[in-house]
Every structure is written in C-alpha cells, then in structure tokens.
Write a protein that binds this ligand. Structure first.
Ligand code: ADP
Ligand code: ZN
Length: 722
C-alpha cells in the first residue's frame, strides 16, 4: 500500500503530498516518521491508496507508525484541507492547529501508575505474616489502591502477596487534570420564560447560524448549558468557546458540576502534560464537551451537536499568527460537516453579525431582561472637562469618588476599568522633547513603576528607567498618560484601608495567574479590582455594585472604522459587570466628549439605536460590512528586504487592481503605521474591495511570493492597523 504523507515542515517548498510505502491497514490521520532527504521527519498520513505514480524504486518506506488511534480523524483531515486552501498556508501549519504542540515534538507522553487490587476472596496467613494479612484486609475493604499509597504502610508485603497470587497489580494511565481543585458551582436554575422561549426558538429553527442577543446578566450561560445537556443526552458532543482564557475556569466549574468528567478544557495556559491528557480524553471519546479560547475550535471531538461562540463580537476570535483564521469561519465549516447548529451569543453583537441576523440569514433570538428583572445599572456620565475647570486634575471625578466611598462603606465591591497597563503611557523630556522609544519598535515606552523599568508593549523588551534625558541630560522627565498601576497608587493614597487588586498582562503571569486574581476577588479578598479589558468580559461577580470607566474615550480615538463599535461594546460589557446580584448596580463613565453619539447610545443601553446609526454610516462611507478591507503586510529584518518583498507582491496586486478597478474603492502601498516592530521593517498594501471574490487572488499573490527573506501575509478587515 501507499501512504500520502504531509511532512511536518511548515515551508511552502515542501508543502505537498509525498508518497511512501506502508503496510496494509495503515489508517489516514496517523502520525508517522518518514525518511526525508538525509534525515527523518515527523509526518501525517493524509490518505492511503493502492498505487503511486512514482516508480516503485523511487519509493521509500515509512520508518515508524505511532501505535495509537489516528491522531487526526476524518473531519479534521477534511477541515485542514479547506483551511489550507482558504488561507493559502502550508498544510503542515494547518495540521499543527489540530494537535497539542507537545505531541508533535514527542516531548510529553502518558504517565502511568501502578494499582493493587485483591485477587482472591479469602486467604490464610501464618502468624508471622501479620503485615501481609493487614494489607489483604485493607485491600478487601478499600478495593483498588495506588501502590505508592500501600508501600508507605505495608512496604514489602505488596510483592509477597503478588507472588502468592492474592493480589493483582496493574498499570493504569493517569490523567493530569487541570484545575483539579476547582470548586464546582452546582446551582441549576429553573428557566425563566424568556430562557424557555429562547431554547424553543433555537430548537425550532432550521437555520445553521443562530444569534442569541441577550443583555448582560440575562442568563445566556444557562441557555448554553441546557443546549449542551440536550446534545449529550442525544449522544453528541459540544464545543463551547469563550474569548478569554481567564473565563475558562468559571465555565469549567459549571460544566463539571453538571457533566462531571465529560467536560474538558483546552487552552494555551495549560501545562504541556495537562493539554496532552485533555486532548486524548476528547480524542478517545471520554470527554464530550470542550470549553476553551479560540484554539478549542480545533478540538478532536467527534459527532458534534452544537458549537457555541460566546461573546462572538470579541476580537480575540481572529488569530494573530499564521494561519490567520477567523474562528467563526472554522466553526461554520465544522457545523456544516456535522450538520449541527452554530450559536453565537453576545450582548453587543458585531455590526456585521447583526446585519446578517436582521437580513434573516441567521436566526435572531433576543433576551431583553436581566434575570429576576434586575435593572440595568444606571450610568452616570462624568464630564471630565468640567472637572478640570473646577480644578480637579485627578483621575477620579467627584461623582466617581462619591460612589466609591459609598461602595466601600457598604462593603460592596467596585471594578475600575482602564484599558492601559503600566504607570504612564510615555516618558518625555520636558526640556528637549525627547521621547523614550523601543530600540526594536517604532513606539514609545511605557513606564512600569512596580518593576521600575520601561517596557515596550509591542515586543515586551525592558529597559532600565531613565534618570536623565539621554539627549540633553535634562533632569525633568514627565510621565504622560495614566495606566492601571498609577490608578492603584492613587487609590491607595485616597483610601488607605481599601484592599485593591490589579488585573492586567503584568499581573496575570503563570499558569493560573488570572484564575487566582479572579478567585481572590470573587471570594471577597479585595474591595476594588482595577484592570484592563480582560476584566470587561463575561465575569459574574454578584457583589460588584459599582463600575468606573476611567477613560471612555480611549478607544474612540483610534482612526479605525470600528472604533465606535468597539467603544460601544466595551462600555456595555464593563457596565454589565455591575449590579448582577441582589443589590442595584451603578456605573460612572468618565469622558471628555459627553456629546459623542456612541457614548449616548451606550449610556441608554440602546443597542438597536447604536446599530442603526452605525450601519447607516458604514453604508454611506462604504466601509465593512459593505466592503472588505484587505491589508497585505510585508515585514523583514532589513529595510531593503522589506522593500524588495513589497515590490514583489505589489506589482501582481496592482495588476489585479488594474484589471478590476470597478471592484476597488482604495488601493495603495505605504509604510505600515508602525514602521518597525521587533526589529522588523514593515510595509503594507491596503485595499478596500467591493467584491469578496477577488480575495483568493490576493492570497495567491502572497503565497506565490513567499520568500525566506520576508514575511507577507493577508489580513481581512484587520482589527488593528498598526
Ligand atoms: P449573561 O451571560 O447573559 O451575562 P449569566 O448567564 O452570567 O448572564 O447569568 C447571570 C446570573 O443569573 C448568573 O449568576 C446566573 O447564575 C443567574 N441565572 C441564570 N439563569 C437563571 C434563572 N433561570 N434563575 C435564576 N438565576 C439565573
Ligand atoms: Zn519593542
């Protein structure tokens, strides 16, 4: 027999099928090792066939077949081919999405433990064999027990009993279980009318994609759990995606409470061993539900009955590394393959999703009320211009301070949101205007007070703190802009007795960093949580009664067509963390632009109003979803290589443009807004298309001009045009 093998080298030059001789019975999807050139490389069997077009003498034989069920099932193989074609990336790169990286390198493997169990019902022991008798009695009482436990108490008796055939020792696979000591939340709720109607509406619709548009705190999670339960009863499995790793423990605890070991978790924060074991639990069919961030869409579950994407509007669902897949696209392919529904949930659906729903392409289901008819938290707008005029130059408006004091006095909790970490945004010499910048990136450095250093938020580089200006020697450095660290410092001055926690990229290191901070806060271990957008999403803290949005304008200032949408979403999401329990919640929103229309819709919780306004503007200005923005980004170690790469892709792209000018609203090449990141020089070709059908041509240009000297990739409606 002949196996068609993809070698695990992500390079376009070897991105093709290689034929190898193999034994009968080899299954597609198996991991193998094959001779390749002068060495051996890992590979995957894509198909098995009778004969090859190569002459038998040219064929080599597979060196090793891994002794396990095929790592990739039929669906994964089919999906991988579609993804590779859609994004024009080497197959090896796509296949890696489906496997824990540990498995490819062979770094991790199963762990086994020995267990002892009685092999006879009764036994006679001589008076000298007291320990043996005790061990035997112990095992009869306790049943199968790990040998390590028994050795401590009964030491040598174990071997003696095994020799006599009175006990049986077996080696069994042990699972490394992430979040093993997670508290499980077991309250099962009686569904509200709205929830029941929503479930009925989902069940009776035959649309592939369903959009659950429910205000924050309307009980969307309960609907997801019900759908998962239904599918499990029918013997099917479920994929449940959330936007943030920090949200997975919360969801896992609810899933474990209801479904026990059928729930598995998959995300990049797990240890290698845990990920490996969880993956195999799904592959073997032991686990039927996966909860995870975007990469969990590649879970090896079979017979999927429902795919859920919670907070579907979230930007984290688009991958930022090659292949730059959109989770929705992959989920839709899987939903089609399994003939199941794809449920999107959000309080603030993306404008594009909502447009499809309103047009009837997706089934639109609404939850308009919070659980128990709790009111939406009232949003007070604090006009920071007026604060400044009144002489208040602090980060906190009078209104926010008053609310904070009340919250602390009533022993409730508050969340303060600021989407910038560190202490100050930049460090500037007030004498000559010098700005501290990263050596490898064209961006200014952020001062971090706690670690007393300057950090680049693009490449992570750290620099020693300046004592004087390196240009003019001036001693007067000014710290512009506020970050979370500075807010915490200010809070500690204002309220020395308050316990303040900070949650941002600097404090959430380690495997369970997020989890620990959230657990502390949820357990009442702090009064105020200060954080970046990672605290905005999905968390359910019933004793939070105040949310402060310190700078609502920050995301409005991005010169990007989606800045209004993002601001609306962020405000609604953060505000939604308030008043989820018994007590009424409040929100203080600080802004320098209180008349801004987006803020006004957000304050009124008027999603429909926001949407109508936004979509008519997009239509009038011909921005997505009415057009498609495509960016081809070229980067290289040297400026010359980057320019060479730019030239190589620019001319074929220009040809497409010239042949289809009627389908372009914009076409130009230029420096990327940030000219250098991590030492790489960056150029871009930016296009706005009225016709998606040109997209494959653009991908093809990048793929055909791949070169070791530069990196060229395509971004569709990029969220971040830096
Ligand atoms: P959403 O995801 O829509 O923001 P959640 O699913 O987090 O809302 O639900 C908000 C709160 O209401 C949670 O604490 C949840 O346990 C609770 N809840 C959900 N459904 C019910 C119900 N039917 N009865 C009582 N409480 C419920
Ligand atoms: Zn940098």
């Amino acid at each position: 027999m002949i196996a068609e093998v993809i070698v695990d080298i992500a390079h376009s030059e070897v991105d093709k099928i290689f034929d190898y001789l193999c034994d009968d019975g080899l299954q597609a999807g198996c991991r193998v090792t094959v001779p390749f050139g002068r060495t051996y490389v890992a590979g995957f069997v894509m198909r098995v066939k009778e004969s090859s077009s190569l002459s038998p003498s040219a064929l080599k034989r597979i060196a090793r077949v891994y002794d396990e069920p095929p790592a990739l099932n039929g669906e994964c193989l089919a999906l991988a081919e579609k993804i590779a074609a859609r994004y024009r990336v080497p197959m090896a790169l796509v296949l890696r999405l489906f496997l824990p990286s540990e498995m490819r390198a062979g770094k991790v493997s199963e762990i086994y433990r020995a267990f002892a169990a009685p092999a006879a019902a009764e036994a006679e022991f001589s008076s000298r064999a007291k320990v043996q008798r005790e061990l035997f009695e112990y095992l009869k009482e306790h049943g199968k027990t790990p040998c390590t436990v028994l050795r401590e108490r009964f030491s040598g008796a174990l071997t003696a009993l095994e020799k006599k055939g009175l006990i049986r020792i077996t080696r069994e696979r042990v699972q490394r279980s992430p979040y093993a000591d997670l508290q499980t939340e077991s309250d099962v709720h009686t569904l509200t009318e709205e929830q029941k109607n929503a479930l009925a509406a989902i069940a009776s619709s035959d649309k592939r994609v369903q959009l659950l548009h429910g205000v924050t705190g309307s009980g969307k999670t309960e609907i997801y759990l019900n759908l998962i339960a239904q599918n499990l009863r029918e013997g099917k499995s479920a994929v449940f995606l959330v936007p943030e790793i920090s949200l997975t423990p919360q969801m896992l605890s609810q899933l474990r409470a209801r479904f026990g070991g059928a729930a598995a978790i998959l995300h990049s924060g797990l240890s290698a061993g845990e990920r490996f074991d969880e993956w195999w639990r799904m592959r073997s069919g032991e686990a039927k539900i996966v909860v995870g961030a975007r990469s969990a869409v590649f879970s090896p579950l079979e017979n999927i009955g429902i795919i859920i994407i919670d907070e579907e509007h979230d930007g984290s669902y688009v991958s930022e590394t090659s292949p730059r897949y959109n989770t929705f696209d992959v989920a839709l392919l899987r939903a089609e393959y399994n003939d199941c529904k794809l449920l999107l949930g959000s309080a603030t659906p993306s404008v594009e999703t909502y447009m499809h729903a309103k047009a009837g392409e997706y089934n639109l289901i609404k939850l308009t009320k919070r659980i128990n008819r709790r009111p939406m938290p009232e949003i007070t707008v604090a006009d920071m211009r007026r604060e400044v005029r009144k002489g208040n130059n602090s980060f906190f408006s009078a209104a926010l301070r008053q609310e904070l004091e009340e919250t602390l006095a009533e022993k409730n909790q508050a969340i303060l949101f600021l989407n910038r970490r560190g202490y100050s945004r930049s460090v500037i010499c007030t004498e000559c205007g010098y700005v501290a910048k990263c050596e490898s990136c064209d961006v200014s450095l952020t001062y971090h007070h706690e670690e007393h250093c300057l950090k680049c938020h693009y490449c992570g580089a750290r620099y020693r703190m300046l004592t004087a200006c390196p240009e003019c020697g001036g001693k007067h450095l000014s710290y512009n802009g506020t970050g979370t660290e500075r807010v915490v410092e200010e809070l500690k001055k204002l309220y020395p007795a308050a316990r303040v926690l900070r949650m941002d990229n600097d404090t959430t290191g380690g495997k369970e960093g997020h989890f620990k901070i959230l657990q502390t806060f949820a357990g009442g271990g702090a009064d105020i949580l200060v954080g970046t957008q990672m605290i905005a999403k999905g968390h359910d803290f019933p004793s939070v009664t105040l949310v402060g949005i310190l700078d609502a304008d920050m995301s409005l200032h991005f010169s990007d067509y989606r800045s209004g949408e993002r601001t609306f979403q962020l405000i609604t999401q953060v505000a939604g963390r308030s008043g989820r329990g018994e007590e009424k919640g409040k929100v203080v929103l600080q802004t320098y632009d209180p008349e801004n229309v987006v803020l006004r819709f957000a304050v009124a919780y008027d999603y429909e109003g926001f949407y109508e306004n936004e979509i008519s503007m997009r239509r009038a200005t011909a921005f997505p979803p009415f057009t498609l923005i495509v960016r081809v980004l070229i980067s290289a170690e040297t400026d010359a290589d980057a320019l060479e790469g730019l030239k190589r892709v620019y001319f074929p792209l220009e040809k497409i443009y010239l042949e289809n000018t009627d389908k372009f609203l914009f076409f130009n090449k230029m420096h990327a807004p940030i000219k250098r990141i991590q030492g790489r020089h960056r150029y871009q070709v930016l296009m706005r298309l009225t016709d998606r059908s040109l997209l494959p041509l653009v991908y093809a240009v990048c793929a055909e001009n791949a070169d070791r000297r530069w990196l060229a990739y395509v971004e569709e409606n990029p969220a971040n045009l830096s």
